[in-house]
Design a protein around this ligand. Sequence first.
Ligand SMILES: NC(=O)c1ccc[n+]([C@@H]2O[C@H](COP(=O)([O-])OP(=O)(O)OC[C@H]3O[C@@H](n4cnc5c(N)ncnc54)[C@H](O)[C@@H]3O)[C@@H](O)[C@H]2O)c1
Length: 254
Amino acid sequence: MTSLNRLAHKVAIVTGAASGIGSATARLFADEGATVIAVDRPGSAIATVHADQPRIVPLAQDVTGEGAPEAIVVAALAAGGGLDILFNNAGVSANALGELTTDAQWDNTFAVNVRAVFRLCRAAIPALRERAATTGRARIINTASVMAQRTDIGLSAYTASKHAVAGLSKTLALELGKYGITVNYLLPGAIHTGMTAASFQDEKIRAVWAKKAALRRLGQPIDMARSVLLLASDEADFITGHGLVADGGLTLRT
Ligand SMILES: NC(=O)c1ccc[n+]([C@@H]2O[C@H](COP(=O)([O-])OP(=O)(O)OC[C@H]3O[C@@H](n4cnc5c(N)ncnc54)[C@H](O)[C@@H]3O)[C@@H](O)[C@H]2O)c1
């Protein structure tokens, strides 16, 4: 698809940008003209994976680190002189029956999927407000999951964390609307990424999930990146507090 330069002159933070949805979104944002601070864990591929795209500035940073939110915002201001878009996407999954879920599994899931998202939103709000005061708009987009609406066996910590992302996003939308900042969240279905690679390696499992979706296929990271771009674009000025289901019709059936 040809770039329409829809994010020209904008500065974006994308977390979880070394792999899957975050990687595809960082690239699409940069292709659309944005300067992108691409954040992922030290030891991930973040230092090298976007080396061919000069508008992507890699930042090796664990989002759960104590000073991480401030370091990430500082990097955005240094690279782009402001902040227009925050895409909180880094996430981890946990799979265990509720009765077998350990404190460590619960805490780790919430540390990455909820606490780090909240803390980076909080740290970024002053810069987003400043930008919105001059340009009229700024964006927060958080990656939830269809598990922000539904659930499955073995997903108590993950599902609870993604419901929390929805609740946080809606509340921030209410609080930040008066500044021209929209806050929305993405609900991906079954997407072929690093997180799901192990199970989707099995052709039978892949086929089952593809068949469940109305579109009869798994989602790809680029499908999610395009959905995030919709929410990030200027065209989405009047959309806030919205959970965008991007699942190819996976959850239509009752
Ligand atoms: N793949 C799916 O089917 C699916 C479905 C619904 C929601 N999601 C959500 O999409 C988001 C992206 O996941 P993905 O599917 O692209 O998986 P992925 O594993 O390919 O990418 C996730 C990235 O987040 C990074 N990350 C994890 N913890 C981090 C930390 N503490 N600090 C910095 N970076 C960290 C990982 O290193 C990885 O690069 C997650 O929030 C996930 O819950 C995925």
